[in-house]
Design a protein. Sequence first.
Length: 230
Amino acid sequence: MECAVIINTAQRPQFLHRSLTALYRQSQRDFQVLVADDGSTRETLQVVQSHQEQAPFPVTHIWQPKAGHRRTEILNKAVGSTSAEYIIFTDCDSLVPSWFVQGHLQKARLHAMLCGGRIKLTREQTESLSLAAIQSGAFESLATRRQRRKLLLTHFKNVVYLLIRKKRRPHNLGLNMSLYKSDLESVNGYDNLFQGWGNEDGDLRERLKKVGVWPRSICHEVFVFHQWHP
């Protein structure tokens, strides 16, 4: 199955460099990457170009001029630019473990949106993290037992929420979720009316439910490491 990983970014070239580097270690190698860039400057373009030359997967840069926070628009443009059958979303401030793509594809189901988890890195962990630790995968050891147990508890809660059809649950994080492109297109993607910081991911989840595309929790199995930032 052809798969595209969409990385959302907006003027964070250092984080984007780290995020793309983490993807080099994927156990599942057959995927493409689209950088959905909401108005970043040339420094981000240079990061993308360096990875286009080195990455073991195709990297495409989808850019729009800066006009406020238009995350929904650039994500829709990225989705529209790929012919991939399956879409995985993440953000430039997230580091993915080696099983990230494979985990999503193994759990992929038509008419299901997979909701992964996240482990928040502290400011100290983020600032002390070296590129070598990302290249080697050493950063994956930052997941503590307590954090993993918390993800498992969240997963059990999500299962209950789905069983009782609780409104506005479970939470889906745009930095770690996936679904078939055809399911996303069935609701015409994200709502471009969302401007600035909002609940565009939750809005997408609720609209998908209305057409029979339901969330499915994989937060305890497939999680990302979210880097600290202001």
